[in-house]
Design a protein around this ligand. Structure first.
Ligand code: UDP
Length: 239
């Protein structure tokens, strides 16, 4: 028989800042809104994997500044991402979407272990897979994990949702009024012009593996659905 056209499969990165609505802890209203937007795209047939940040609870680098050992502080950071993953799972399920949480640190009562082939299978069945606990390794960021998970689970694109900014600019638009908004940019250009797109480890994974990435704003309602459906919002970064 003839095969169905390959479905669009993408990886969405949601920062901890989004989960907290700019505060420490969880803002359920924001999570509910974003879950509803994800549900709209899933109903259109998009296969969705999500990496959640955890900066609304703890950032390892900040805790280590105040005297904690860095690796232990990073584990606290990773545990924070799991709380966000569970919150997102809850609101997605309430919106009628089947979900699975997979964590890089095993905690069998609340989540599956990270098993890439199983994650792919979940997405093929229309389930949203939420990746928690980062890479399970200190000194990494959830941006880096986003690239790694997208590569391993064969996503065609990484969608980097940002708060307070809606695209890549030539300078920080909040500080420099002459900052220019870019529709698209290559990794090489971004490197040459020292554009702040993501941390260096994430950047090098993206560039070396030629993974397309769209940077877009989470503040505007509807943007998550638009990004998931492949609309041209924010900035497209390509090899
Ligand atoms: N973290 C880590 N390894 C990882 C991912 C995250 O150690 O693979 C820790 C790190 O301390 C980080 C925190 O978890 O500061 C929260 O993640 P991140 O800062 O990337 O979240 P976001 O900035 O997206 O809110």
């Amino acid at each position: 028989g003839r095969e169905a056209p390959a479905a669009r499969r993408v990886l969405l990165k949601l920062s901890g800042e989004m989960f907290g609505g700019g505060q420490i802890g969880l803002d359920p209203g924001v999570v509910r809104r974003v879950a509803g937007e994800i549900a709209d795209a899933v109903r259109e047939g998009v296969q969705v994997a999500i990496v959640v940040g955890g900066g609304n609870f703890f950032r390892g680098a900040e805790l280590s500044q105040s005297g904690m050992e860095r690796a232990r502080a990073d584990y606290m950071g990773m545990l924070g991402t799991v709380m966000n993953a569970l919150a997102l799972q809850d609101f997605l399920e309430q919106a009628g979407v089947a979900t699975r949480v997979q964590t890089a640190i095993s905690m069998g009562q609340v989540a599956e272990a990270y098993i890439p082939l199983r994650a792919i299978r979940h997405m093929e069945k229309g389930r949203v897979v939420i990746f928690g606990a980062g890479a399970g390794m200190p000194y990494f960021s959830t941006d880096t994990v986003s690239l790694q998970r997208a590569l391993e689970t064969r996503c065609s694109e990484v969608l980097m949702g940002k708060n307070g900014v809606d695209a890549v600019y030539t300078a920080d638009p909040r500080k420099d009024p002459s900052a220019e908004r870019l529709e698209s940019v290559t990794y090489t250009e971004a490197l040459q012009r020292q554009l702040a797109v993501m941390d260096a480890a994430a950047f090098s994974l993206a560039m070396e593996n030629r993974m397309p990435m769209r940077v877009f704003g989470l503040d505007e309602p509807g943007n998550v659905t638009r990004a998931l459906l492949g609309e041209t919002i924010g900035t497209l970064v390509t090899a």
